[in-house]
Design a protein around this ligand. Structure first.
Ligand SMILES: [Zn+2]
Length: 339
């Protein structure tokens, strides 16, 4: 089969590789759509922390597809079925897995697309225990966005979904920030404020449910300091967390999703103490977050289709990565590859 293989930092391309087989407890999947994101670029360039990647690897951790074959012992899944699958390959037995946080599994780090073959290929084998079937009456393509949305959902489940009537702000107007807006709107916030740096995304942000779009660093954002019930940070800038903590009201909550890798922002710990803030991080998506997102998607309540700006074939993966790397001129939000 054809696969996009990264043999090491800076060395990658489309190659012929042996097709994987569905071993016991595994299913073989044909990926239908694969989202690429900043962490894929880090993997290509060798900027991802060494503990969170194993070369050579086929990237592709945001995907949807169809079952091709089931290995021995697999029940409840059939060839042709539309599916997504959890990315973190948890062992299912450790203390974190038993408490429902398989995304924090204490076993050796293993994640589809980072340590195990990902979806930028014609076929992919995944553990059946991580697979979530999708209803047939929903579009398969946009289900590739359930993985990044699941990271937002996972943090919200840890913090508690904001009560209806809350004032919520999302810092960061990239795909993750817009997915956060789409998800939070379902909890009927009184205000849903998007703080960003891209005025050209205003129409899209409004369509996602933002009630106000403010420019990062503006007087309007300064006026909101200490006045927001829940702040979700979804930037790849080290200053995003500083902005987010500053906006939260006393007793409010902050959810940190961005991993900038660029530096250590000076979050003032006194703001957290004096404001009695709840600051919550989120790494990948928990099993409960996956179930929630698949349920919302299946019910037609979560429709991220509008965030897809570019589509490429597997043969054009390099062109897709170039569009993603140069968002400012390409205008890219979510870039999909359709193997
Ligand atoms: Zn575990």
């Amino acid at each position: 089969m054809r696969a996009f293989v990264v043999t090491g930092p800076g060395a990658y391309g489309l190659t012929e590789v042996p097709e994987p087989e569905a071993g016991p407890g595994e299913v073989l999947v044909a990926p239908a759509a694969v989202g690429i994101c900043g962490s894929d670029l880090e993997l290509l360039d060798g900027r991802r922390p060494a503990d969170y990647v194993r070369y050579p690897v086929v990237p592709g951790h945001e995907w949807s597809g169809r079952v091709v074959a089931c290995g021995a012992g697999v029940r409840g899944l059939t060839p042709g079925q539309a599916v997504v699958a959890e990315g973190v390959r948890s062992d299912g037995t450790c203390a974190r897995c038993r408490e429902g946080r398989g995304n924090l599994c204490t076993g050796p780090y293993a994640e589809t697309g980072f340590t195990h073959q990902g979806a930028l290929a014609e076929r992919l084998a995944v553990p059946a225990a991580l697979v979530h079937p999708l209803p047939e009456d929903r579009p398969l393509e946009a289900a590739a966005l359930l993985e990044p949305a699941g990271c937002v959902a996972s943090g919200l489940l840890e913090l508690g979904v904001p009560p209806a009537g809350s004032r919520v702000a999302v810092v960061g107007d990239g795909p993750l920030g817009l997915l956060a807006v789409l998800l939070v709107r379902l909890s009927s916030p009184r205000e849903l404020i998007l703080v960003g740096r891209h005025p050209e995304r205003t129409a899209r942000a409004t369509a996602c449910g933002a009630t106000a779009i403010l420019s990062d660093g503006s007087p309007e954002v300064a006026a909101l300091r200490g006045a927001v019930d829940l702040v979700i940070e979804a930037t790849n800038a080290p200053t995003g967390a500083v902005t987010a903590v500053g906006l939260a009201r006393r007793g409010g909550s902050v959810l940190l999703l961005g991993i900038s890798g660029a530096g250590r922002p000076a979050v003032d710990p006194d703001l957290v103490t004096l404001g009695q803030l709840r600051v919550q991080g989120a790494f990948a998506a928990s099993p409960a977050a996956w179930r929630w997102m698949v349920s919302l998607y299946g019910a037609g309540l979560f429709t991220p289709d509008g965030l897809v700006t570019h589509r490429f074939t597997l043969a054009d993966t390099k062109a897709a990565l170039a569009v993603l790397a140069d968002r400012s001129s390409s205008g890219a939000l979510k870039v999909l590859i359709t193997p």
